[in-house]
Design a protein around this ligand. Structure first.
Ligand SMILES: Cc1cc2nc3c(=O)[nH]c(=O)nc-3n(C[C@H](O)[C@H](O)[C@H](O)COP(=O)(O)OP(=O)(O)OC[C@H]3O[C@@H](n4cnc5c(N)ncnc54)[C@H](O)[C@@H]3O)c2cc1C
Length: 395
């Protein structure tokens, strides 16, 4: 395809914003269509971790490794693309500390770390002295600990806004408060979208509507198995920094990969640059139900206190929730829709979309502009064997 092609990106979350920037930098005529405010969806609901530590060796980990390299370059790149007074991304190369609290958990954690090292992830099994040095206030009752120096954190709303602002700087248009309601078809190909502000012609339409991608896909005429997976975060009031890294219980990895619909909670604790402590992590599938129950809050608090007993005296400032874009095989969908030429997907990143957004944008950009085969991109195609049974019939 020629670089001057017209691209409509549906959704101004971090994934849509990263894609808009990547394509606009290449000279495409990009229009981002967002029904609400930019960064108003799931991208405003997460802690902003950029992790390799929680991903099993495989395609998602390789995508995360590629993305971490992109994040390390981004600050420099944005310096040339944004005005000097644009807010800082708050990118912290803080590292992640994973701790087990049972003997069985210790064996599993050591095995996981060994598998990570075999694929080039820095995973340092550390003893008590080093743990105390890294996290003096962590419970002494742990059975194993592994430090992941490559794990980072970013402020996800600022990052989303920065990517969108950079896309604008490269000529992209952004329509906020405009909803995509359908597709325009010509000879079995998508040639535009119908929106609440009229029809937008396009050579390529990129669906990046996060957990709403399944519903938007239906409007465009295809089935896409993306569903919301609820997560809730407890936020303490500001305090002097006593949690220095991202710290989580090793059983978190099992909760991430689980298919269970009922509530799963594991201990994940970290500080923000603003001085609050974020306490997660919960997962449950119950549609777009926004209620926050006392059950999930007490389970989150209990898990956090096991890791950091001093939090028993912390004040809770607020709690918030969001919906991770869940795909049945836990991998994002990136690439063309083989059923409807002209339609592209970049969605389903579940609990890792902030981290994975930049490499996703690179992959999609290369596919849209240059076609060609990339072995990593192949792992996320829509027609992969693990997803085919979920594609159903076109609506
Ligand atoms: C509690 C919680 C914690 C998390 N923590 C992390 C973390 O630490 N690290 C990490 O990497 N990830 C984390 N995630 C996951 C991450 O937030 C998501 O994977 C990511 O934000 C998805 O981005 P997105 O751009 O695909 O979707 P979104 O940010 O949801 O953007 C999609 C946009 O599409 C718009 N839209 C929907 N329908 C339409 C329509 N018809 N027309 C126009 N626009 C439409 C929506 O309004 C929305 O703004 C967390 C998620 C949750 C819920």
């Amino acid at each position: 395809m020629s670089p001057s092609l017209r691209v409509v990106v549906v959704g101004a979350g971090i994934v849509g914003s990263a894609i808009a920037r990547a394509l606009a930098r290449e000279g495409c005529a990009v229009t981002v269509v967002e029904r609400g405010p930019s960064a108003g969806g799931t991208s405003a609901s997460g802690e902003g971790n950029l992790l390799v530590s929680d991903k099993e060796p495989g395609a998602e980990l390789r995508l995360a490794q590629r993305s971490l390299a992109c994040w390390l370059r981004l600050e420099d790149e944005l310096r040339d693309e944004l005005p000097p007074d644009f807010p800082n991304l708050e990118l912290e190369r803080k590292g992640g500390l994973v701790v087990a609290t049972t003997e069985a958990g210790a064996a599993a954690l050591r095995g996981f770390a060994a598998a990570h090292r075999a694929v080039g992830v820095r995973a340092e099994a550390i003893g008590g002295d080093r743990v105390r040095e890294l996290e003096p206030d962590l419970t002494p009752h742990h059975t194993a600990a592994v430090f992941y120096p490559e794990d980072m954190q970013v402020q996800p709303v600022i990052a989303t806004e920065a990517l969108l602002a950079a896309a604008r700087r490269h000529g992209a248009g952004v329509l906020q408060g405009v909803e995509v309601t359908g597709s325009v078809l010509d000879g079995g190909r998508v040639v535009g979208v119908v929106t609440t502000a009229g029809v937008l012609p396009a050579d390529a339409v990129v669906l990046a509507a996060g957990p709403w991608s399944g519903a938007v896909a239906r409007r465009l005429g295809v089935v896409l198995p993306v569903a919301p997976r609820r997560g809730t975060v407890l936020v303490t009031s500001r305090m002097p920094r006593r949690v220095r890294h991202k710290v989580y219980d090793a059983d978190y990895v099992g909760a991430v990969g689980s298919d269970a619909a009922d509530l799963r909670v594991s201990g994940v604790v970290e500080s923000t640059a603003a001085g609050t402590v974020l306490i997660g992590s919960s997962r449950e599938r119950r549609g777009f139900d926004e209620r926050i129950g006392t059950g999930v809050l007490s389970a989150l608090a209990a898990k956090a206190l096991l890791l950091f007993p001093f939090l028993a005296d912390a004040q809770v400032m607020r709690a918030y929730g969001g919906f991770r874009p869940f795909v049945p095989d836990h991998l994002p969908v990136i690439g063309p829709d083989h059923r409807l030429p002209g339609l592209w997907h970049a969605t389903g990143h579940e609990g890792a979309g902030i981290g994975l957004s930049l490499a996703t944008a690179e992959i999609l950009r290369d596919q849209v502009l240059r076609g060609g085969r990339d072995p990593l991109a192949d792992e996320f195609r829509l027609d992969r064997p693990t997803l085919l049974p979920h594609l159903g019939r076109a609506a």
